[in-house]
Design a protein around this ligand. Structure first.
Ligand code: ANZ
Ligand code: ZN
Length: 823
């Protein structure tokens, strides 16, 4: 009693909140609904400082919306499939589920202590069979629509993890997880046809502008990489001595206007096409060169810094406009999986082509006069605007005119057409790992790929594999589980085999936000009667590391599910907030730097509320928080100050605030009013600063004269409790309780603002004696002349100046001026 004790509050309130189901949405349509979601955690050990920051931010939004009177859905789950669980299982000779679910329990307890305002009854785990059953079900629907397919293709292969990696998991040519240099391997893999949705993924970003960070939109746009240009088909002459027949080859170019400047041709050395073209004389050189190329990452290959390398194939392409013979080279700077894997090289106007031409002494011909010096001389490709020259019928046109004109000519010749190319690749979802969603397909020698019937889902992971059984062998560990793999074909009944790949965990996280609308639903991935009540998510909160993949995949899934007629929304997340990182000493926390800060220790030392408040107060939510620069003990002091206001309030609940001190009332109402605008703009830190001001002002009134019984003090303390509940739920609840209200402050409702009180509630009146300023008084703007006169005459400074003299006249100009003329 009487002292601020965070441990006692943390022990007291959670059970009460649970009982009252404070954070369970009514979900009955009586209130307008809003959905706020934090990117769900991966269960690696206990919560860390990064979780503490992200979830503090999401909780501000969630609690704010609840105070505004919305029915708020704020759920939590775990993204619980993935490699770390498998590695831990191998190390401990255990099943991955043991490590996974033990960590989930630990994190759940920590989240409860951290008092995030989630509806725990909706909790889900993507590794639960009740969840992955529907991941498999969705995979089947994608498969039926031709959006899940298998193809044999070179894939990124990590020799250490013995697994296939998606392009995005390759960072600077190395495995994102273990840093090993990635190589290529040809495998039959499952893909999602996300490229079918490239245009919509791009176009629908318009609606997200202003609600998603610009940089995330820019990254998505770049990843989708829409390029307008043309496909141009070249005839490749038969090789000398008819060793190889005449064939055709198509290139993608964004600059068909420069076709007259094409002086050679390049195919990706690692593409099968190169082998197809090469003549016997050059075959050995090519095969040696291909070996070198395998070891390089795409980034290295495209670097303008690296000297150009390549091998002549012995073949020639005919320029369809000039009839010229262009030598065909194989090189690594052309990528096998972009465009058509082949280019027409225009060295005068493309720097990489020019570097290549210089390295192999190939001709350079300028066809656009840009005013730059001859690229053949300077070695600098001329890339600006200009006028076409040396280009037959295209001469005199600008670049912008030349592009459609060239396409026109090519179309008439039947050898080219306009084409829009995307950088976006189909999504490789096969993983040769154990701890993931099994792909619900059975391979039958007679029937081919047979989907597992819906009523046989889920295809469960075997629970008898553990430890070494899971270690990577280049095929999925599931292939070794004979009793699991061998099944009867659902179609013809003959012996068949299950697909042994599991799905990329990004598949699991591409639809989890839909499951929260009805997490126990057994007839489908979500209840169609519920889903449109909640979707789309009104505020999504998470790290910028998910700017591309997770968000792009979730957007793709949403569109496909919409197209299936199951969902009204076409975008999953109407607004996105990327919180910053938590650093220590200006650097990300890491084992190697030894600058890690343990969240549990911080919570024990300062209390949950102080840690949460510190995260929020450190700066705008998008900025990084440097733990070395912040003061959780300062936060704890402020919280104690706020809490003592409630303790010291002496008026009764329900006392009419209108009778309170106008200046404090005005500050309270202005604080609440400004807090709303600030919260909408995610300026949470400024709201905290305003609360500090209000707490100080309230304290001053309490400590002066009749203070604590002033109804304005109660009004201020209640407002502090409600606004503070967004950041420091324990302290706020305790204040609310002390102020005589039943739990929970979370549902108190955001304080109503009296517009009349928003105007400045005090003005400074100057008091002069014989024309000289002697005092300044803070007074209400509507003070009467009579009252102002009394106040002025009561001033000690005025009395001193009068020094016992009588008064001749008092001139009052309310509310600004009083002039006293002594006798
Ligand atoms: C002739 C040309 C002339 C080109 C010129 C550019 C400038 P974006 O915008 O990224 O789509 N290209 C096409 N396929 C390629 C591949 N697989 N690997 C490497 N480069 C490839 O770039 C399209 C341009 O990149 C294409 O237009 C092609 O070069 C090259 F003055 O064709 B261009
Ligand atoms: Zn069959």
């Amino acid at each position: 009693e009487g002292v601020y004790n965070f441990a006692a509050m943390e022990a007291k309130w959670p059970a009460i909140w649970d009982d009252l189901k404070v954070f369970t949405p009514l979900d009955d349509g009586s209130k307008e609904r809003r959905y706020v979601l934090d990117m769900f955690p991966y269960p690696s050990g206990d919560l860390h400082m990064g979780h503490a920051e992200a979830f503090a931010m999401g909780d501000v939004v969630s609690r704010y919306w609840r105070q505004l009177g919305y029915d708020v859905l704020h759920p939590i789950g775990w993204d619980s499939f993935g490699l770390p669980a498998e590695n831990a299982a191998i190390k401990r000779n255990a099943h991955p589920s043991e490590w996974t679910y033990a960590n989930i329990d630990t994190q759940a307890e920590s989240f409860k202590r951290y008092a995030i305002s989630v509806d725990w009854s909706r909790r889900l785990q993507t590794s639960d069979p009740e969840y992955y059953r529907w991941t498999q079900w969705l995979f089947k629907r994608f498969h039926e629509r031709g959006l899940a397919y298998r193809k044999n293709s070179p894939v990124n292969w990590c020799p250490t993890d013995q697994t296939v990696l998606a392009n995005e998991q390759v960072v600077n040519g190395a495995c994102e997880r273990c840093g090993t240099i990635v190589t290529k391997k040809s495998l039959n893999q499952w893909y999602f046809k996300i490229t079918d949705y490239a245009d919509r993924l791009l176009d629908d970003m318009d609606a997200l502008k202003g609600h998603w960070p610009d940089r995330v939109l820019a990254m998505q746009k770049n990843w989708i990489g829409r390029s307008e240009g043309a496909h141009v088909t070249f005839v490749i002459e038969e090789a000398a001595g008819a060793e190889k027949p005449q064939q055709e080859l198509t290139v993608f170019t964004t600059r068909p206007d420069t076709l007259y400047g094409a002086t050679f041709f390049v195919v990706a050395a690692d593409a099968p096409l190169a082998l197809d073209l090469v003549t016997g004389e050059h075959a050995e050189a090519l095969s040696e060169y291909r070996e070198q190329v395998k070891a390089l990452s795409d980034i290295e290959r495209q670097s303008t810094e690296r000297p150009k390398t390549g091998v002549f194939t012995g073949r020639y392409a005919i320029n369809p406009l000039t009839g010229e013979k262009l030598p065909v080279w194989a090189a690594d700077y052309v990528l096998a999986d972009y465009g058509t894997g082949a280019i027409m090289a225009v060295p005068a106007h493309d720097q990489r082509d020019l570097d290549f031409a210089k390295a192999f002494d190939l001709p350079v011909r300028a066809v656009l006069d840009t005013g730059m010096e001859d690229p053949a001389e300077t070695g600098i490709a001329s890339t600006g605007e200009g006028t076409l020259i040396n280009s037959g019928e295209l001469n005199g046109l600008s670049k912008a005119e030349g592009i459609p004109a060239a396409i026109d000519v090519l179309e008439k010749l039947g050898t080219g057409k306009k084409f829009i190319n995307f950088r976006l690749r189909d999504w490789l979802l096969s993983r040769q790992r154990f701890w993931g969603t099994p792909i619900p397909i059975i391979h039958c020698a007679d029937c081919g790929e047979v989907p597992v019937p819906d009523d046989q889902l889920p295809v469960r992971l075997p629970d008898n594999l553990r430890g070494e059984d899971l270690s990577p062998k280049g095929t999925s560990p599931l292939a070794a589980a004979a009793d699991w793999v061998n099944v009867d074909c659902p179609s013809c009944g003959k012996p068949a085999k299950r697909d042994t790949d599991t799905m990329d965990t990004f598949v699991d996280s591409s639809w989890y936000f839909l499951r929260f609308a009805s997490p126990d639903y057994t007839e489908g991935p979500f209840d169609p009667a519920k889903i449109n009540d909640w979707m789309p998510v009104g505020q999504y909160v998470g790290g910028v590391e998910h700017a591309i993949l997770h968000l792009l995949y979730a957007r793709f899934f949403t569109k496909v599910i919409h197209d299936m007629g199951m969902l009204e929304a076409t975008e999953p997340f109407s607004a996105l907030l990327n919180q910053g990182q938590v650093l220590n000493g200006g650097k990300a926390m890491s084992k190697s730097l030894g600058n890690g800060v343990d969240l549990g220790q911080q919570l024990d030392k300062f209390g949950v509320d102080a840690v949460r408040l510190t995260m929020v107060f450190a700066g705008p939510p998008e900025d990084d928080v440097d733990w070395a620069d912040v003061s959780p003990s300062g936060s704890a002091k402020f919280l104690a100050r706020a809490w003592r206001l409630a303790r010291d309030v002496a008026s009764e609940p329900g006392t009419d605030p209108a009778a309170g001190a106008p200046a404090l009332r005005s500050l309270t109402h202005r604080t609440v009013h400004e807090a709303k605008t600030l919260l909408e703009g995610h300026k949470f830190n400024v709201v905290v600063a305003k609360l500090m001001e209000l707490v100080n002002a309230t304290r001053k009134v309490i400590d002066s004269g009749a203070g604590a019984t002033d109804p304005a003090v109660r009004e201020a303390a209640e407002a502090v409790a409600i606004v503070l509940s967004l950041f420091a739920p324990y302290t706020a609840e305790d204040m609310w309780n002390t102020l005589g209200h039943p739990a929970s402050v979370a549902n108190a409702g955001f304080p109503a603002v009296d517009e009349a009180l928003l105007v400045e509630q005090s003005v400074t009146a100057v008091v002069q004696v014989q024309g000289k300023v002697k005092d300044r008084l803070e007074v209400a703007p509507d003070i009467t002349e009579e009252a102002l006169r009394e106040l002025a005459l009561a001033s000690e400074l005025v009395q001193k100046a009068l020094d016992g003299r009588g008064i001749r006249t008092v001139i009052v100009r309310a509310p600004k001026l009083v002039n006293i003329v002594p006798a």
